[in-house]
Ligand binder design. Structure first.
Ligand code: AHG
Ligand code: MN
Ligand code: MN
Length: 333
């Protein structure tokens, strides 16, 4: 196999499609390097003393794990000095993180979920990192949270890393989706899947069914029909998977299709779902659409939602196109 490194891919992509200017390439390479560092820490587990809780809470009121904080620090440190960014934002930080004055500022803004799937850290199940890249608004002086309030369709790049049996990096810059596998011996990212495509139809769905009693009628209707199987209205059996790490569930869907749902439910009307729009739903939706899938909040295209808050939550329905369209239609009826 002829090995294509991440760097070679990025350089050639720029030559071919003019879609990855040097600053963006640096940004992606720096994020990829940070993910390598996180992967290394994850892989050490108990030996690296990285397991367990940190004893603090983040802005979402969630208990922070040591690895949530460590991954956040790794990403911040890696991305501060390169001159490619104006500001960063993270699940683990209440407000945005402008680039310190001692470094030059660039034209991009980076958002991330440093460690996705925190509940899986201590049990050695796949976890990951999700990131989204926006352009700083023209003429921006000091970056504010307002500058981040851009719809997902404005993203210039998005990606995620999965720290699982293999460490992989999945990336889009708006020109299809490619997957790189970390060669642990060489320490390099190698292109292993090109132009990933999500099958439009599927027999697999993912939802936390323990919340079924709180679901709203369109979700109950849709999941009941899936569960009715071959003798029900859908006329086929469906299989269920739920990893509880969005990165790993999305990665499965990217590879063999499926529909992933984290709906809003009746418990807390002010809290629409669990997942966050800006650093979970948007980057994943960009990737999924670029792979021929679809993503909505049940009512509209995810990428067209105008964000109002950095840590805004949103219901998520994404994956194989025909299934996402069906469950979205049930919401509209
Ligand atoms: P995070 O660890 O960044 O807070 O995200 C966890 C999210 C997502 O990855 C996953 O799909 C979902 O929470 C799992 O939720 P349940 O605990 O309801 O299964
Ligand atoms: Mn997450
Ligand atoms: Mn997280």
């Amino acid at each position: 196999m002829k090995r294509v490194s991440l760097t070679q891919y990025l350089v050639e992509e720029q030559r071919l499609n003019n879609s990855i200017p040097a600053e963006l390439r640096l940004l992606i390479e720096v994020v990829a390097r940070a993910c390598k560092t996180i992967s290394h820490a994850v892989g050490k587990g108990a030996l690296g003393e990285v397991l367990g809780t940190a004893g603090s809470e983040n802005i979402q009121g969630e208990v922070q794990k040591k690895l949530d904080i460590l991954s956040n620090e790794i990403l911040l440190e890696a991305n501060e000095w390169g001159g490619h960014l104006a500001a960063m934002a993270s699940e683990e930080m209440e407000s945005i993180h402008p680039i310190p004055n001692r470094y030059p500022k660039g034209e991009y803004m980076l958002l991330f979920d440093p460690l996705d799937g925190s509940s899986n850290i201590d049990v050695n199940v796949s976890i990951g990192t999700i990131f989204s890249v926006l352009k700083a608004p023209e003429g921006m002086a000091e970056p504010t949270e307002q500058d981040f309030m851009q719809a997902g369709n404005k993203q210039v790049a998005a990606g995620y890393a999965v720290y699982g049996p293999q460490t992989v990096l999945v990336l889009t810059t708006g020109n299809g989706v490619n997957c790189f596998t970390l060669d642990r011996e060489m320490g390099s990212w190698v292109l292993t899947q090109q132009n990933m495509q999500i099958p439009v139809d599927t027999k697999e769905y993912a939802i936390n069914a323990s919340n079924a009693r709180h679901w709203l009628p369109p979700v109950t209707r849709y999941v009941n029909e899936l569960q009715a199987g071959v003798t029900g209205s859908r006329g086929k059996d469906f299989n269920m998977r739920w990893i509880a790490s969005m990165v790993a569930d999305v990665h499965r869907i990217l590879n063999r299709g499926g529909v992933f749902m984290y709906p809003a439910d009746a418990r807390e009307p002010d809290k629409p779902g669990k997942l966050r729009l800006m650093y979970e739903a948007n980057p994943m939706s960009f990737i999924v659409e670029q792979a021929g899938g679809a993503s909505t909040d049940g009512k509209q295209r995810m990428l067209d939602i105008q964000p109002e808050k950095l840590h805004q939550r949103v219901p998520v329905f994404l994956g194989s196109k025909n299934e996402v369209e069906l469950v979205t239609r049930y919401h509209q009826e």
